[in-house]
Ligand binder design. Sequence first.
Ligand code: UTP
Length: 409
Amino acid sequence: MDYTEARLLLESKGQTHLLNYYDELTDEEKKELLAQIECIDFSVLAELEKKNNGENVRGDIKPLGALTVDEIEKNHDHYEKIGLDAIKAGKVGAILLAGGQGTRLGYDKPKGTFDIGETKTLYIFECLINNLMEVTDKAGAYIPLAIMTSDINHEDTKAFFVEHDYFGYKSDYVHFFIQDMAPATDYDGKIYMTDKGKIAMSPNGNGGWFTSFVNAGLLDVFSGYGVEWMNVFAVDNVLQRIGDPCFVGATIESGRVCGAKVVSKAFPEERVGLLCTEDGRPSIVEYYEMTDEMMYSKDENGKPLYNYGVILNYLFALSELKRIMKDPIPVHIVEKKIPYMDAEGNMISPGEPNGYKYELLVLDLIHLMTDCLSFEVVRDREFAPIKSLTGVDSVESARLLLKKNGKQI
Ligand code: UTP
């Protein structure tokens, strides 16, 4: 893309300010800026207009029950056998979503490289690989693992795994791929710059993982292993069960095309995404969308009617992911603190949110699935997310939970 093309494009999008400092740049910087402009996905910005117009209305939301912990326990061995057989046959792959910036943790390296140990070093990535190896040791077979990173943390993440010899996992089965980025804007949708030749870009959420995975050539690699089921999970839950044979077996046995691990809500207002149905299809309602009815209604047994919160551990049939690949995923517009360069060329690090980031979320893939097994797990055994240093969902709370589960930390 040359300068004239870039100007024309930006004029049509109301973003010509991105070229305000063009003349001050070196030839190399000019080239880089034009390349950045060419890569911007402007379609996400159109979502702001929809939001301002009050579009994006939800359908008819209804509660969805779950295969409960008790029911699972009764059939545990049966489900586990089906799952282990699938793993042995190479049918299960795993996707670690590690492209986030982890801003709440206030740690400037990849979140997975954070050491949560007390008496020894214990990195978040190490915890996850340990959990994965409990399953692969039992199955006597490897589960191929793809790790999604972003432009910001890719090199550090890869180098960390190499430095630590993949924490004992076989490196041939570990693949890395890079997710896409999206521009960050002010409240009027004007894209921020972080320097005279640099556009403010951030990872575009975890929902685009399958497209990035395919673009990286990994669909062929995973198909080559014989993978039919993809277990997608977050980097920050250190009690995460990966490739859990019981979950895999129950989902296969259910005949459904996807499964989601859920926990019972701890209290009515808890900030978790709830697995429900929307217009008859599975769908996740985020905590900020919850109505009073969804928070406080009870079923005939006195249990919350909308009871099951997702913990970002999903199992997708690969065939179904291929089927929905071209379907549009909603863009979430999230208010954030965005470092930027002001009109005088000063770098500003705002203390309060000053604009929007545009994110696709993996939870929206659930609504594109024809059905979904809601699979309840025991919260204290499987859910120790690390979002911040202290308080709810923190390093502090995760350490307590690891110890409660008998882990040496
Ligand atoms: P979070 O929603 O906690 O976001 O991600 P985050 O960026 O890690 O943290 P904050 O909000 O800045 O504090 C949930 C999971 O999705 C991954 C994260 O790495 C984490 O595993 N993720 C998030 C991505 O892979 N890409 C993204 O663009 C965002």
